[in-house]
Design a protein around this ligand. Structure first.
Ligand code: UD1
Length: 341
């Protein structure tokens, strides 16, 4: 019998790519999403790619009554991958209570449901934001966490703590927190990808929208950083590679291969790439020029961060496969596909 995996936020950017990889690997996928930041059409897109329609319900995990009702109707869930969350750093500074409520109440509700309905395994979307500006690069999982620079970042730190403490209080619950670096790109079919609402906050959607003529120019936030070319450095990984890590994490938990009840993994390429290098990679991969202008630094930006992914490489047997140029090309194909409508 197929193992059933609940994917919260499964119509979102990383969630939809993960649903595809789970189905490809023979799992049964059930998605819950409140469609706050995604489109129901994604379900058909997942079916188009995989030939299988995932189960789907519109559900807000903050609504505990509806969540309890969902679990009482959906038995035998082998694992939960919890993506559903708000993720805009800037917005979180303006609306902290909404971020704390949405991202933390949902997690608490979900873990209470796990206890009540005997669901043992959880994979959590965390972020490299928990490291702040690390002293040592590349950053390893045991690097000290730094005070978060935004309410969004705080929800990831507190989210990890909620999970860690729950795991240590309950031997029936196991969890893996995955600390993503910067996910970019889209599925090679160009049927699913990132769909930012309004003006994108993230670099790559801003690049593709500017290249498409939707935005006049990309504002590059600072080139006076203490880095080789003066631009901020990040670790950009292809979203399909990232999605595959979730499948591996689910298998590790459901096969009982985890080494402790709560594990944390960095998911990145291990390569630091500057904003300028990212723009150049886009131009190289697509043959399209991006108009950009250097402006002031963005408050709260980390100067440089990239992963040491060796723990995930060794323990999970996972590593990134796609190059930066390939990821940029898929982001561009996706942008062109959505603008066709
Ligand atoms: C941020 C969060 C990360 C979160 C992600 C989700 C921090 C430190 N990082 O990543 O945890 O998971 O958002 O959305 O809170 N840039 C420009 N012009 C733009 C946009 C971005 O120059 O218009 C630059 C930024 O200065 C940065 C790089 O591009 O150097 C990447 O920015 P972005 O895509 O927003 O991601 P992060 O800030 O790294």
């Amino acid at each position: 019998m197929k193992k059933k995996i609940l994917v919260t936020g499964g119509t979102g950017y990383i969630g939809s790519h993960t649903a595809v990889e789970l189905i490809n690997e023979g799992f049964e996928v059930v998605i819950i999403d409140n469609l706050y930041n995604s489109e129901i059409e994604v379900i058909e897109r997942i079916e188009k790619i995989t030939g299988t329609k995932p189960g789907f319900e519109v559900l807000d995990i903050c609504d505990n009554e509806k969540l309890t009702d969902f679990f009482s109707r959906n038995k035998n869930i082998s694992a939960i991958i919890h993506f559903a969350a708000y993720k805009a750093v800037g917005e979180s500074v303006r609306k902290p209570l909404e971020y704390y409520r949405n991202n933390l109440v949902s997690l608490i509700n979900l873990m209470e449901a796990m206890k009540k309905f005997m669901v043992s395994n959880l994979v959590f979307s965390s972020s490299c934001t928990v490291y702040g500006q690390p002293e040592k690069l590349p950053v390893t999982e045991d690097a000290p966490l730094q005070p978060a620079t935004s309410p969004y970042g705080n929800t990831k730190q507190v989210g990890e703590a909620i999970i860690r403490d729950t795991v240590s209080s309950d031997e029936n619950i196991r969890a893996i927190a995955l600390r993503y670096f910067n996910p970019i790109g889209a599925h090679p079919s160009a049927l699913i990808g990132e769909l930012p609402r309004g003006i994108p906050e993230n670099l790559v959607p801003y690049i593709t929208q500017t290249a498409h003529g939707l935005r006049d120019e990309l504002k590059v936030f600072g080139n006076d950083y203490d880095t080789p070319d003066g631009y901020c450095i990040r670790d950009y990984l292809h979203v399909v590679d990232l999605a595959k890590a979730h499948v591996v994490a689910v298998k590790r938990l459901t096969d009982g291969k985890n080494k402790s009840g709560y594990e944390v993994f960095n998911l990145g390429t291990g390569q630091g790439v500057s904003v300028l290098e990212a723009i150049q990679a886009f131009e190289r991969a697509t043959g399209v020029k991006v108009k950009y202008r250097v402006v002031d630094r963005r408050p709260g930006d980390i100067e440089k961060i990239w992963a040491d992914p060796s723990y995930a490489n060794i323990e999970l047997g996972w590593k990134t496969i796609s190059t930066l140029d390939q990821a940029m090309k898929t982001a561009w194909d996706w942008e062109n596909q959505i603008r066709k409508k």
